[in-house]
Ligand binder design. Structure first.
Ligand SMILES: C[S@@+](CC[C@H](N)C(=O)[O-])C[C@H]1O[C@@H](n2cnc3c(N)ncnc32)[C@H](O)[C@@H]1O
Length: 188
């Protein structure tokens, strides 16, 4: 009897594991796969955004939380949205051991409220950038909000700044929301 229960439990756990792997594979195929930025890139992204202590930082697709944790170390209120639950769990574990106060949500960032952000960072894939631009344009972002994308630019926007340095695999694009919020693109 005990052996049968143990057998069922192991079957269920294995099934859950396979389903989780399939789910993550599905997410990686149809959104953006988890490819983390290096610590150096994370530092440069936040420096390029001129992130200051006390500001609200939001990361779209926060992966294992490395950018969130760095932003929190710089004194920001850092929030991440991530679709893959193992990465959300890993982020929470890292934050616990590093004693960093961050918020990370298992949630599609297209459904998130971004209106409080001072700085928004992301490292996604080229095919989603147009859709992300539409999301940002409809997000009532504050004037002065800086939007930072590593490696990939928004198709129809003109960046305010572009950082290309030795040791970076791709450029960092920085955009700024101006007084006219419908024109994120042209605010140099
Ligand atoms: C290229 S990785 C970058 C991870 C992290 N930002 C970093 O730089 O280390 C992109 C991440 O975005 C997540 N992602 C993609 N689309 C998403 C969506 N709509 N909502 C939430 N997370 C998403 C993926 O699961 C993946 O972990």
């Amino acid at each position: 009897m005990l052996l049968a229960i143990l057998g069922y439990t192991i079957d269920i756990l294995l099934m859950l594991m396979v389903l989780s792997i399939l789910y993550c594979f599905f997410i990686a195929t149809f959104t953006a796969p988890f490819v983390p930025v290096s610590k150096k890139v994370a530092r440069k992204m936040l420096a390029a955004a001129d992130l200051r202590s006390g500001e609200n930082h939001i990361e779209l697709g926060s992966g294992d939380g490395r950018v969130l944790l760095l932003a929190a170390r710089m004194g920001a209120n850092s929030t991440g949205y991530e679709l893959q639950w193992p990465l959300v769990l890993l982020t929470k574990i890292k934050a616990f051991f590093l004693r960093r106060k961050i918020h990370v949500h298992l949630k599609n960032f297209f459904k998130a409220d971004l209106s409080a952000a001072d700085v928004i960072t992301m490292y996604l894939i080229p095919s989603t950038m147009g859709k992300v631009a539409k999301k940002l344009e409809s997000s009532s972002l504050k004037s002065g909000t800086r939007i930072v994308s590593y490696a990939f630019k928004f198709p129809d926007w003109q960046e305010a700044k572009k950082v290309e340095r030795e040791g970076l695999a791709g450029p960092i694009f920085i955009y700024k929301v101006g007084e006219n919020k419908s024109q994120i693109s042209n605010n140099k």
